[in-house]
Design a protein around this ligand. Structure first.
Ligand code: ADP
Ligand code: TRP
Length: 322
């Protein structure tokens, strides 16, 4: 087996939903056993959105707690906060100077978010993928586990590595993307769109939702959108495949094919199985102390910064800034 250097980040913008979990976090936990892994909280990315400054420290702590409760182990991987390693923003500036504006103009996430926050289309929102490239290339990463929506950013990261290497000499390696089997979980209410916090709470199942809340949200989930494709039904069956046993999945699939599927029954079983799946997570989350989280993040920042400083020393020499 080739030992990869793996890195991924999640923004501290509220609770994690099952899309974040199935598309990213679940994979992080599996990867930490066999590879050199870095997982971080992308707080500087998160300030490109509208936000309330006094809620940010709490959101960072909550996401770090989620990392630990989901099974990330600081003995096996490095967990840190982006802003604790100031080298990330320094490298982003340098990458700004090799990245053509036209490449950023193509980013679909930028276009979507600019549309969502028309009164706050700030330069940071536009430049966001360059900071992401700095996060990744800083650690000579070989693979980035993310959901499908991040593919374009990882592709741009490879291009930025090439732009830099061509201009200043071979320095950065190009990482690949790693997906799970579920790189795109769809919204419960608008299943043609990906599940996302920005759509609203009823579109998402949060991984620490209590069983009653899960059941109530699933009860309202759309099964037939009249699109002729049955996207809502497909999404629910995909979730049954992950969270329920094989026999249950096969039964519902057969019933769907023969037109006898009762969605109310499927939803009840799915609600129970999702609640059970995350029962340990909910329990652990309540047990993790603030002190434990703070120590994890302080140790992680130290380890990450030692590498970041080395990268920056080499980069500064290459670009002629001494
Ligand atoms: P959101 O879109 O809800 O704000 P983030 O941008 O914080 O989520 O995403 C964190 C991680 O979760 C990224 O790796 C992203 O690709 C993944 N992810 C987000 N939404 C989904 C989804 N619906 N299905 C699969 N993966 C997702
Ligand atoms: N842009 C990612 C998201 O919204 C978060 C992120 C920031 C990231 N830096 C990263 C993901 C580096 C992977 C690698 O989900």
């Amino acid at each position: 087996m080739i030992k990869e250097i793996i890195l991924s980040g999640i923004q501290p913008t509220g609770k994690l939903h099952i899309g974040n979990y199935l598309g990213a976090l679940k994979n992080f936990v599996a990867l930490q056993d066999q590879h050199e892994c870095y997982f971080f909280i992308a707080d500087y990315h998160s300030i490109t959105e509208n936000y309330e400054p006094n809620t940010k420290p709490q959101q960072v702590m909550e996401l770090a707690t989620d990392f630990l409760a989901a099974g990330l182990n600081p003995k096996k991987c490095t967990i840190f906060v982006q802003s604790h390693v100031a080298e990330h923003t320094e490298l982003a500036w340098i990458f700004n100077c090799v990245t053509p504006i036209s490449y950023l103009e193509r980013m679909t996430q930028y276009k979507d978010k600019a549309n969502q926050q028309q009164k706050n289309i700030n330069v940071g929102l536009f430049d966001y993928p360059v900071l992401q490239a700095a996060d990744i290339l800083m650690y000579r990463v070989t693979a980035v586990p993310v959901g499908q929506d991040q593919d374009q950013h990882v592709e741009l990261t490879r291009q930025i590595a090439r732009f830099f290497n061509n201009r200043f000499g071979q320095t950065f390696t190009e990482p690949k993307t790693i997906h799970t089997d579920t790189p795109k979980v769809m919204s419960l209410l608008t299943p043609e769109k990906k599940m996302s916090k920005s759509l609203g709470d009823n579109h998402c199942l949060y991984i620490d939702d209590e069983p009653k809340v899960i059941a109530a949200k699933l009860a309202k989930a759309v099964t037939d959108t009249g699109d002729g494709q049955g996207l809502g039904a497909r999404n629910l069956l995909d979730l049954i495949k992950i969270f329920s046993d094989d026999k249950t999945y096969k039964r519902f699939q057969a019933e769907k094919n023969s037109g006898t599927l009762k969605y109310s029954e499927l939803k009840e079983i799915l609600a129970q199985d999702i609640a059970d799946y995350f029962a340990d997570f909910r329990k652990r989350k309540k047990q993790i102390s603030q002190k434990e989280v703070e120590k994890t993040l302080a140790d992680g920042a130290k380890k990450a910064q030692a590498i970041a400083q080395k990268t920056m020393a080499e980069v500064r020499i290459k670009i002629g800034i001494r």
